[in-house]
Design a binder for this molecule. Structure first.
Ligand code: BGC
Length: 255
């Protein structure tokens, strides 16, 4: 229970990797604000699962592409639990469109949901943590595509590349406040974002063959890295991303 008494916010927290992160942080003793934009019933179910672990989780409907909604999340953490120790900027989406095809609307949406939310989530969380004077952890869920081009998913790659630089720059700025900023970079994970691939056996076979470990990750295998970065064992890690990709980018020429 290395996160006992800690308070976390997880954006995009009622599905996919976010849901696994909520459960893992709770397993380690944290109370959690679960941000979500749809499926309130999934959030309620998750609140119950967290309660069964002996912690509290509160679902807050908030669109993280809006700064005012991010403010709502921090205010909810402070109101319910009196503080904020761990901010997980996890909410993300992709359009799988190329540089030639991406519309202005798609570009704006992807950049706002993935990058703007992480930028202002970092800003607002850090302001709260600085007030508390006891440091904190900000963890950005990026991707192997923070660095590795994914042709046909251009805006997504831009947003993740931006998150990589946000992680590094904010970490340097916030280090004097003992706020550590890190990234977790998954490869392919069995979540709704990869549903189309998962429903296509030929595409799945290609993907599995490209991954040295031979399979996609389960969301839990990403959540455990987040919990590590949130805990005491990661007290000297900042300004970097830990990849959890089964070796994908070391061996694959591309998918
Ligand atoms: C993307 C997936 C892709 C995976 C591996 C993730 O960041 O969201 O669509 O399958 O990277 O390339």
């Amino acid at each position: 229970m290395q996160l006992k008494e800690k308070v976390a916010i997880v954006t995009g927290g009622n599905t996919g990797i976010g849901k696994a992160i909520v459960l893992e942080l709770a397993r380690q003793g944290a109370n959690v604000i679960i941000d979500y934009i749809s499926h309130p019933e999934a959030t309620e179910e998750l609140e119950k699962q967290v309660a069964a672990l002996g912690d509290r989780a509160i679902g807050v409907e908030a669109d993280v592409s809006k700064v005012a909604d991010l403010e709502k999340l921090v205010a909810a953490a402070v109101k319910a639990f009196g503080r904020l120790d761990i901010m997980v900027n996890n909410a993300g989406m992709e359009t799988r469109t190329s540089v030639l095809d991406t519309t202005e609307q798609q570009y704006e949406k992807v950049l706002e949901v993935n990058l703007k939310s992480a930028f202002f989530g970092t800003q607002l969380a850090a302001r709260q943590m600085i007030k508390q004077k006891s440091g904190g952890r900000i963890i950005n869920i990026t991707s192997v595509h923070e660095d590795w081009p994914m042709p046909g998913n251009t805006a997504y790659c831009l947003s993740k590349g931006g998150m990589r630089m946000l992680t590094r720059t904010a970490a340097v700025e916030l280090a004097p406040h003992k706020i550590l900023v890190t990234g977790v970079g998954p490869g392919a994970v069995a979540t709704p974002i990869n549903l189309t691939t998962m429903q296509n056996p030929a595409a799945m076979a290609r993907l599995d063959a490209a991954i040295p470990l031979g399979r996609m990750a389960e969301p839990q295998e990403i959540a455990s890295v987040v919990a590590f970065l949130a805990g005491d064992g990661a007290s000297y890690i900042t300004a970097t991303t830990i990849l959890a990709d089964g070796g994908l980018i070391q061996s694959s020429p591309g998918l």
